[in-house]
Design a protein around this ligand. Structure first.
Ligand code: MG
Length: 178
């Protein structure tokens, strides 16, 4: 293991809350519109299970998205994501409120984002993640860039990284090795 990856693992080991951006991270960034407005977002089933496994490990999960749509509320409900904030480019205010509510420090938070609106969070959290299809500005401020693309398993990869680093991976996987 290289020094850089040891540093990454140490950062991820502290994570108690994982915050997800939606567009370009939990989706591939496509916004599909019909005559009545936005109708469809496509999520990834592997990402969904990754989020569930994080929750089983006792790590809290949240969504902070600049766009507002009931589609995200439906997906969050499916996955049991407790904290959802939508609307507005200011992600810092809901981020600070959430940390205050949960009594967590910035070093205990992971965030995955793909665009410039995510920079304030990427620059603050202990474990900042971006995606290969993200904007270069987001990537420049990330500690870790996933191999899988947003909407194509990036979130699963990041969740598994945290599960390994926090020592929870073997335990949550054991339920499937029956
Ligand atoms: Mg995004």
């Amino acid at each position: 293991m290289s020094i850089k990856s040891e540093d990454l693992a140490a950062r991820a080991a502290k994570v108690r809350l994982f915050i997800f951006d939606v567009d370009g991270v939990l989706t591939d960034g496509s916004l599909t519109y019909g005559a009545d407005g936005e109708t469809v977002k496509t999520f990834n089933v592997h990402d969904g299970l990754g989020i569930k496994l994080l929750q089983e490990a006792g790590i809290k999960t949240a969504i902070i998205s600049a766009r507002r749509t009931p589609i995200v509320l439906a997906r969050a409900k499916d996955l049991g994501i407790e904290y959802v904030h939508q609307g507005g480019h200011d992600k810092l205010t809901p981020f600070k409120a959430l940390l205050n509510e949960l009594g967590l420090g910035e070093e205990q938070v992971a965030f995955i984002g793909d665009d410039v609106v995510d920079l304030p969070l990427l620059r603050r959290v202990g474990f900042a993640v971006s995606v290969p299809n993200g904007r270069k500005e987001a990537q420049q401020h990330a500690h870790y860039i996933t191999e899988a693309a947003g909407g194509r398993g990036a979130v699963r990869e990041a969740c598994e990284f945290v599960l390994h680093a926090t020592g929870n991976y073997e335990r949550v996987m054991a339920q499937f090795l029956v």
